[in-house]
Design a protein. Structure first.
Length: 151
């Protein structure tokens, strides 16, 4: 059984230098899981924080399940992440360093369980973004030059 991608934060790699990536489970309710299976989630402007020894993810928008009428859930409610104590301690140490933050990069299902990929990242400045775009453009031009020489 493979991995089913629900949503991805594509701007994360553009806005941040990603140092470390880890997989975590999420505490969800049944209606939220059904909504995720339909692919109705968004990671825009979401972030994670360590709060009193637990990790929570904020601003992850999971659209309420259309066939669930008995439970009204806030689509942006904070959700607890399931990590080992050792991982949480390491995250506490890293996020206290200047400039580091936790950002969710994707939500997916593996072996029937909803997982979230959280990255330890450092914010890029405007000139860093421009430099990365320039490098990508130069690489693309070099590849294009190779194709012209071959034919």
């Amino acid at each position: 059984m493979g991995v089913k991608l629900v949503c991805q934060n594509r701007k994360a790699r553009h806005d941040y230098f990603i140092d470390e990536v880890m997989e975590a489970g999420m505490v969800l309710l049944g209606a939220e899981v059904k909504s995720l299976r339909e692919g109705r989630a968004s990671l825009v402007d979401s972030y994670a924080r360590v709060k009193s020894g637990e990790v929570f993810v904020y601003n992850v928008h999971i659209t309420p399940y259309s066939h669930s009428h008995h439970v009204k859930l806030d689509p942006l409610r904070p959700r607890k992440l399931l990590l080992n104590k050792k991982e949480i301690k390491r995250l506490i140490g890293k996020t206290e360093e200047k400039g580091y933050t936790l950002i969710p990069t994707k939500i997916y299902f593996t072996r029937g369980r909803a997982k979230i990929e959280v990255a330890l990242a450092k914010g890029k400045r405007k000139y860093d973004k421009r430099h990365a775009l320039k490098e990508r453009e130069l690489k693309r031009e070099a590849e294009e030059g190779k194709r012209w020489r071959k034919s």
